[in-house]
Structures are given as C-alpha cells and as structure tokens.
Design a protein around this ligand. Structure first.
Ligand code: APR
Ligand code: PHB
Length: 390
C-alpha cells in the first residue's frame, strides 16, 4: 500500500489531520492500535478554543458542534467559600470557549472519515516506523496475523503519550517533565450541570474542585485526590459530599447528584518533547506534549499542532515549498510552551500541594483576590483561557 501521509493514531489529532489533508486533496491512511469503540470510550476534557472550533469547520465537521456545543462567556473561581465570575468574553474583545465533549468531537471526525471512504486501519498491531531520515519512509504493522507495509512521503506521529512514534526517536529527543503530587478523581453523571453557563474552578483547604459539563443533561465533576487513591474507595455518596464541601454553599445546595456513569482517577503531568520533527517524521498532540488538565488545553494544543502541520503539508504539495515543514517544530513548540506555562500556573494556583501549608494557602488566596479584582490580571487569565493566537 502507498499513501502520501501515513498517520499513526486515530485520536483527535490524527483524525483532524486526516480530514484537513483530505479536503486539500492529500491522500492519507490512519493506523490505529485500538478499535474505534475503544477510542470513543475514553473520557477526556471538553472545552474548545475558537481556534479548535474554526479547525473543525475547516475540516467540514463543525455542524453538530455548533448545534449542540454550549458557548461559554465566563468562568467562575471559588475560594474562601465565595464564587467570583471572570467575564472572559468582555476581557478578550468578544472571544468565547465552547463546551463539547472530546468523545463527541472524535465521533464527528470518525463519521466524516467513514462517510468519505478514507482508509483507517483499526487494530493495527506492532506498528514500526522506518527510513524517515531518507526520502521514502515506510510504516510496517501487523493485522489479522499478517504483516503489512505502508509506503509514504511523510509520517505524522499522532499516537499519544504512550505511542510508538516518540519512542522510535527516543535517543534524539530532549524531554522536559513535571509530575504533580496528586490526581483528579472525575465523575460523569446524567444530571444537569450546576453551572451551565460557566466552568467553576474551586480552591479550598480540602483541595481543588471543578464543575464542568458535557451537555445540559450530562455533568462532569472532579475533585483533587491522592494519586494512589483507589476508585473503589470513592462511593458516589462520598464523591458528592466531598464536592459540596469544596464549593461555595450556594452552589453546593444546587448540585444535582445521581449515579456515576464513569469514575476514574487521572495523574497530572506537564511534559514536552523537543524537537517535534525528525526528517520526514512529525510529532503532533499528546505524542509530543502533555499538560495537566486544569484549563483544558490538551485537545486545543493538539488542534493547533495539526493546524501548523496540515498547512505545512499543503504548502509542500501545492506550492512545492519546504518552509512550513522546516518551521513546524519551532512554531508548534512556541505555542506549546505558552500553554504549558498557563496550565502549570493554573494548576499551581488552584491545588493544595504537600508543602502548601497555611502560608501557601494565604498566598493562593491573595493571588486569587488579586486575579478577580485586577482587570490586568483577569485579562491575562482570560486571554490564555480562550487560547492565544496561532
Ligand atoms: N500504533 C497505533 N496507534 C497507536 C499506538 C501505536 N503504537 N499507540 C497509541 N496509538 C493510538 C491510541 O490508541 C490513540 O487512539 O493513538 C491515539 C492517540 O490519541 P490521543 O491519546 O487521544 O492523543 P491525541 O490525538 O494527540 O489527542 C490529544 O486529546 O486524547 C486527548 O488528552 C488528550 O486532550 C488531549 C488530546
Ligand atoms: C472537563 O469538562 O472535563 C474539563 C473542563 C475544564 C477543565 C478541565 C476539564 O479545565
């Protein structure tokens, strides 16, 4: 088999890249280790920057997102038992974010890919990448007991943090990493969100909390917990009680509880691999970087990588120019590090660390006070939250 761009991974990064390339007339094949249902079963964040919404439109898959996504003009910060709105739209000259689950976005991209008859190989095992330092890269994989070979012009490694792409160039990568000393316990439930117009980020002496949503009938809530806690130790009742204790009393009273559809504990990590290009192999999305979920930048960063990378491939094929490909790694990393900084900062501000103590808590409270009362400080938060320009 031969294609122009071999894409490893059918997560949001790989699927979006495939769709954008297809619309530009560039042939691509996606190789995915799991089944489609498995990919859709992963629950991830769901706040889209305008840049991500625009890319979904550009890929021709924005219709349902515009119909069902919930537009947010504000966020709310809870500290010292009180809730403070931040008028994100007012502070950024009209920008918004859209609440739309990553599962739904992935679904839309998969449906479009299927409808257009584009090649996706699910359950591709033992994917290996070869000859990307030369002009004729090859990807090998096994499926149904047979070994297959895919010849291509370029390889896009969109295979997430645990994928094979970055592992293949391990000895050429510089890694930057910070692991946080806590996790997030997340619960998904079919109950109306307590705050449908704004995500609520809570800082309390008991730890961080987050009230989010997937739709007007499905909520997503989180509380900070020890990373080695067992999910089984968290009954639904214990979770709801803990959440209520970490928000302001008015909000706590209005939280509608119900049985959890999903409950899991996720570790928090900041990670960047440099560079993001190795000859004809390009890394994008979680394959190259991870942010802690505070601020919901993971999916949006994957989307901005894909914007830079698809433009670079289009320039290569349509204009015979290598400029976009040559600049891809620098351009992408420039935006990645700004989002890394923002995600780290918001995480540091909102969580209790082992060494936070009473002094640290007072400092957090003082910074939060400053943040909600200073226009300059809330503007800095708002412009990062809606996403920095490409
Ligand atoms: N071969 C083929 N596919 C692989 C391999 C492999 N060796 N290893 C991993 N994959 C697949 C995974 O099964 C997954 O479907 O690559 C895909 C990577 O998808 P994501 O992990 O979702 O990464 P990405 O597309 O970069 O998405 C970034 O979405 O998933 C979130 O937290 C993530 O929000 C971030 C954003
Ligand atoms: C989510 O809806 O899962 C979510 C929202 C905002 C965040 C993180 C996660 O900052």
């Amino acid at each position: 088999m031969r294609t122009q761009v071999a894409i490893i991974g059918a997560g949001p990064a790989g699927l979006l890249l495939g769709q954008l390339l297809h619309r530009a007339g560039i042939d691509n094949v996606i190789l995915e280790r799991q089944t489609g249902d498995y990919v859709l079963g992963r629950i991830r964040a769901g706040i889209l920057e305008q840049v991500t919404v625009d890319l979904m439109d550009e890929a021709g898959v924005g219709d349902r997102l515009h119909r069902e996504g919930i537009v947010h003009h504000a966020i709310e910060l809870v500290f010292q038992g009180e809730r403070h709105p931040i008028d994100v739209t007012g502070l950024t000259g009209g920008k918004v974010v859209t609440a739309y689950g990553q599962t739904e976005l992935t679904h839309d991209l998969m449906d479009a890919r299927k409808a257009e008859g584009l090649a996706t190989v699910y359950e591709a095992r033992d994917v290996s990448l070869h000859d990307f330092d030369g002009s004729k890269p090859v990807v090998r994989y096994r499926r149904g007991g047979e070994t297959h070979e895919l010849q291509c012009d370029f390889i896009a490694g969109c295979d997430g943090f645990h994928g094979v792409s970055r592992a293949t160039v391990r000895d050429r990568v510089t890694e930057y990493e910070k692991v946080y000393p806590f996790g997030w316990l997340g619960v998904l439930a079919d109950v109306p969100p307590v705050s449908p117009h704004a995500i609520v980020y809570g800082n309390s002496e008991r730890g961080f909390s987050l009230c989010s949503m997937r739709s007007l009938t499905r909520s997503r809530y989180y509380v900070q917990c020890p990373v080695d806690d067992k999910v089984e130790a968290w009954s639904d009742a214990r979770f709801w009680d803990e959440l209520r204790l970490r928000v302001d009393p008015h909000l706590a009273e209005r939280i509608v509880t119900g049985p959890s559809l999903e409950k899991s504990i996720a570790p928090l990590r900041s990670f960047v691999a440099e560079p993001m290009r190795f000859g004809r192999l390009f890394l994008a999305g979680d394959a190259a970087h991870i942010v802690p979920p505070t601020g919901a930048k993971g999916l949006n960063l994957a989307a901005s990588d894909v914007k830079y990378l698809s433009s670079a491939f289009i320039e290569h094929y349509k204009e015979r120019s290598a400029a976009g490909l040559d600049h891809y790694s620098d351009r992408a990393l420039h935006r990645v590090w700004k989002a890394e900084r923002f995600s780290w900062w918001l995480t540091s501000l909102m969580h209790r660390f082992p060494d936070t103590g009473p002094f640290g808590q007072r400092l957090q409270d003082a910074e939060l006070e400053y943040l909600v009362h200073s226009k300059a400080a809330s503007t800095a938060l708002a412009e990062n939250y809606v996403g920095l320009p490409l």
